[in-house]
Design a protein around this ligand. Sequence first.
Ligand SMILES: Nc1ncnc2c1ncn2[C@@H]1O[C@H](COP(=O)(O)OP(=O)(O)OP(=O)(O)O)[C@@H](O)[C@H]1O
Length: 247
Amino acid sequence: MLEAVDLTKNYGTAVPSLDRLNLRIEAGEVFCLLGPNGAGKTTTISLFLGFIAPSAGTARIKSLDVQRHPLETKRFVAYIPEQVMLYRNLSGLENLEYFSALAGQDRYTRPELLAFFEQVGLPAESAGRRVGTYSKGMRQKVGIAIAIAKKAEALLLDEPTSGLDPKASNEFSELLGRLSRQGVAVLMATHDLFRAKEAGTRVGIMNAGRLVATARTEDLGYEQLERLYLESMAVAAAGGGVREVRR
Ligand SMILES: Nc1ncnc2c1ncn2[C@@H]1O[C@H](COP(=O)(O)OP(=O)(O)OP(=O)(O)O)[C@@H](O)[C@H]1O
């Protein structure tokens, strides 16, 4: 569903920002990308979104090369950054209507739009309110509602829960779980090991542009994940392949 084959981005620096990433995320998986600042997480997401072109290798969505099929692949994918970009002066419902229409969906009726709102746990009372009055957690939920309305088959998220309180963050993770159970492939970059363990089906740890370890979250306790993360920093410095941790 989401596939990186030897995906590389080099801005002309000594160390590539992304160095031969090989990764496959199937429909229904939530893959959490962990790693320190500058590891290459946002670069990976930007390549899948076609915001930047790879120096080598391929990013594919539903087997289509993102570079060769920019319009088709954009239709399949939804993106939720740290701050979901919405029109502050439009209501939540108007934003939802606008962005789903932009994604090529037929116009939804008001009850249909309200149903998307309800699905993501946004109170019906807020639907007609200006987004400028929403909390961050509410705006992130509008982002998920847009992904659902857009019928996205892949969801890319870059630190979507940063700055959310634990309850909002937990609700957000539950929504991701629900989307994945409906067959959406999810790739989420995060610094939050706890959230990755809770929300993810798999984790990948990056450092200095390289994917250095992967594991299924069901195979690791939180403390083991933290240990793997810390060990991965040393492994990256020493070089080598991807460490796949299995129970
Ligand atoms: N336009 C650019 N020109 C040059 N270098 C860049 C550019 N964009 C990113 N980089 C470099 O690529 C590397 C990877 O950056 P990236 O933003 O992917 O890291 P990240 O893992 O998302 O970090 P963070 O956790 O801080 O968001 C960094 O060293 C960064 O400085």
